[in-house]
Design a binder for this molecule. Structure first.
Ligand SMILES: C[S@@+](CC[C@H](N)C(=O)[O-])C[C@H]1O[C@@H](n2cnc3c(N)ncnc32)[C@H](O)[C@@H]1O
Length: 317
């Protein structure tokens, strides 16, 4: 078993994926040879969801308060470090990238790597990381990781190419302390089939008025434009557009994906958002409000995508 420390663990999308041992849309994702020895995040609601779903315990903690030398020894460091400041969606205020306080949080990963020197690390971030700060942030981040003693493979992966019914592009950086490991590792190959959104929908949600937009909201939208902006009403036969952390505030005038059911528009329920993110059906979110659920779900790394990356790593150990 390889021991994992998970920083910025959120509700545990990455962690569910690296552990494996779950069903999703009729496929069993095998248990992988990893165990989590430490996990932390500073969002109490995400931590509540996390601790409802794992047998090990995650800590509510700001990673800047973690003393690296106090962490348990581990073989892999995980970190989907906060991405808001790198995202192209977050243009207002403009993208500050690594100069912003949140953009600096990846240094906390670097600090742990320098002190603990685990054999591997896996970092994940939005596609915007590649172009942030006039394309200077990403090479700087790679350099920092290299200076901590790591060889790095990175790749932009689209979740829809790995069994997830969602077009979600994320940069994965996998770091190797030992050159032999670096030499052997290959990112997983994309799968031949795409999973359509219809498999992630919950028929129950069609029966609940609270997910539908009111006639007033639809009239308001139609006053601004002649018809619904294309690309927002999702094609059920294709993977869904990206599920974001602000789905709770989805409006008909924004850019978030919505559904058309007959003649009516509705938002996704949190359970559907979780399904689209490839969380297994027995992963529980119910102990926090809908808004908190949407936030934690939208922030997560899709477990199935993470499983494929972790499985590729398991193949070389
Ligand atoms: C992109 S999300 C990570 C999602 C997680 N890896 C998953 O797969 O579910 C980034 C996380 O960083 C957390 N975060 C932001 N600032 C933090 C800080 N200073 N200390 C600890 N966690 C922080 C947020 O609460 C959020 O859960």
């Amino acid at each position: 078993m390889l021991r994992v420390t998970s920083l910025f663990c959120g509700c545990g999308g990455m962690d569910k994926g690296i552990l494996g041992g779950f069903d999703y849309l009729g496929h069993y994702y095998a248990k992988l040879p990893f165990e989590i020895v430490y996990a932390a995040d500073n969002d109490p609601y995400a931590i509540k969801i996390y601790n409802d779903n794992f047998t090990h315990h995650a800590e509510l903690k700001d990673v800047r308060d973690i003393m690296a030398h106090e962490l348990p020894d581990h073989d892999i460091l995980l970190g989907g470090f906060p991405c808001q400041s790198f995202s192209i969606v977050a243009q207002n205020p403009p993208r500050l990238g690594y100069k912003d306080e949140k953009g600096k949080l990846f240094f906390e990963m670097v600090k742990v790597l320098k002190e603990k020197q685990p054999r591997f690390f896996i970092a994940e971030n939005v596609k915007g990381l590649l172009s942030a700060n006039n394309k200077q942030a990403f090479p700087m981040i790679l350099r920092e990781f290299e200076q901590a003693g790591y060889h790095i493979h990175y790749k932009l992966l689209n979740a829809s190419e790995y069994g997830v019914p969602q077009k979600r592009e994320r940069v994965f950086m996998v770091g190797f302390r030992d050159f032999d490991d670096y030499f052997k590792f290959q990112f997983p190959s994309m799968l031949p089939e795409r999973v359509p959104l219809k498999f992630a929908l919950d028929a129950q949600a069609n029966l609940d008025e609270k997910w539908f937009f009111s006639p007033k909201a639809v009239e308001g939208m139609l006053r601004v434009r002649a018809k619904m902006n294309k690309g927002r009403v999702q094609d059920l036969e294709q993977p869904c557009n990206t599920i974001s952390a602000h789905l709770a505030k989805v409006s008909l005038n924004g850019t978030d994906p919505v559904l058309m059911i007959g003649e009516r528009y509705r938002r996704f329920s949190p359970r559907e958002a979780a399904n689209i993110q490839s969380f297994p059906l027995d992963f529980q979110f119910d102990s926090v409000s809908d808004n908190r659920q949407y936030r934690a779900i939208g922030n997560a790394v899709p477990p199935v995508l993470m499983w494929h990356v972790a499985n590729a790593l398991a193949e070389i150990v």
